[in-house]
Ligand binder design. Structure first.
Ligand SMILES: Cc1cc2nc3c(=O)[nH]c(=O)nc-3n(C[C@H](O)[C@H](O)[C@H](O)COP(=O)(O)OP(=O)(O)OC[C@H]3O[C@@H](n4cnc5c(N)ncnc54)[C@H](O)[C@@H]3O)c2cc1C
Length: 308
């Protein structure tokens, strides 16, 4: 990036710009080379100014949450990576605390774990399915994250988004095209919408019952998911009526390795970084899995993980 553009970026960013920042520590895989720059954004206005600056100067950018569904290339990202700082992580109760329908506004940078804790402390039910799902609220909206029959689409009432094309928009749930692990109308290019906050709808519940349900989900995760913590969760989407893990296991791929990447022997839909995996290792392993499953069962697997 030219010196004058670097200087302008530093002026526009509220937080110090992290030049040549390695992205591996910002992902749950622990993989990924450097971005030209990384900026922790603190407000919608700052984000809007940055996006305009990037467009005017043809600078590539990508937005990330907590990197729990992200595989970053070994060569990193030639451009600016944006993520939310602390200010866009707040939780605000919008309704009467005793109301039948509890409405809560959550900043997109808030972690699901923090939000679930808050819900439990206040005895609000509806988000229990998210126990153990890492990541930010914004990422959970974009991925329509879910488990145990629940998903984000069930509890959202509206979202506040920002795009270069339309500025700030408030979109009601009925305008949002949610599918399995996908928000279908997020847009792309200038129309790409970044989630700033979401309003969710919960119900008053019983604190002990909420805690018990969360505990049960966490226990199930401990039993079924790999102990190797460096991974991106389920790597492939489940094909309709089947499970990617079952198909991969049926192809005898559990424990298959490429470099430092391995198909988890515990749960076949987890491709794990055993310590020193590169993104190249993971991609090679992904290709092996896709080819073998296609050959054995005729089913085409598609990654759930996003790539940067
Ligand atoms: C151990 C483990 C278990 C998991 N279990 C589950 C599970 O049970 N169910 C499930 O659904 N997922 C699961 N995941 C995957 C992951 O946690 C979710 O998809 C999560 O919602 C991703 O959020 P994130 O903030 O980490 O997003 P990231 O991985 O940072 O980003 C994912 C995508 O969302 C985009 N994005 C992020 N934030 C925003 C924003 N504010 N506005 C616009 N775009 C944005 C990014 O550009 C990227 O394309 C698991 C992951 C791990 C590591």
């Amino acid at each position: 990036m030219e010196k004058r553009l670097k200087e302008r970026l530093e002026e526009l960013a509220e937080n110090p710009v992290q030049w040549g920042c390695r992205l591996a520590p910002f992902t749950s895989f622990g993989i990924g080379g450097p971005a030209d720059a990384l900026v922790q954004v603190e407000s919608g206005e700052e984000l809007s100014n940055l996006l305009e600056f990037f467009m005017d100067n043809s600078i590539a950018w990508r937005f990330i949450g907590r990197g729990s569904n992200l595989l970053v290339a070994d060569s990193g990202f030639s451009g600016v990576v944006l993520l939310f700082g602390k200010t866009l992580s707040q939780i605000e109760l919008l309704s009467d605390p005793e109301a039948v329908d509890i409405r809560v506004r959550v900043g997109a940078g808030c972690s699901l774990a923090k939000l679930l804790n808050w819900c439990t402390e206040n005895s609000y039910s509806g988000l229990e399915f998210a126990a153990g799902i890492p990541g930010s609220l914004g990422g959970a909206v974009v991925m329509n994250a879910g488990a145990w029959g629940g998903e984000m689409a069930d509890i959202l009432s509206s979202i506040k988004v920002l795009s270069l094309h339309s500025g700030v928009e408030h979109l009601a749930r009925k305008k949002l095209d949610f599918r399995y692990r996908l928000w279908g109308n997020q847009g792309s290019g200038e129309r790409k919408r970044i989630v700033l906050s979401a309003d969710i709808c919960l119900k008053p519940g019983n604190k002990e019952a909420i805690q018990e349900e969360c505990r049960e989900y966490l226990t199930q995760r401990k039993l079924k998911q790999p102990k190797v913590t460096k991974n991106g969760g389920s790597f492939f989407k489940n094909p309709e009526g089947d499970s990617a893990g079952r198909l991969i296991e049926a192809s005898g791929l559990k424990g298959t390795r490429r470099g430092g990447a391995m198909v988890s022997p515990v749960h076949a839909n987890f491709l794990v970084n055993t310590g020193n995996a590169t993104a190249n290792d993971v991609c090679k392993l992904m290709d092996i899995v896709i080819r073998q499953v296609k050959k054995d069962s005729g089913v085409q697997l598609f990654p759930e993980v996003h790539f940067l």
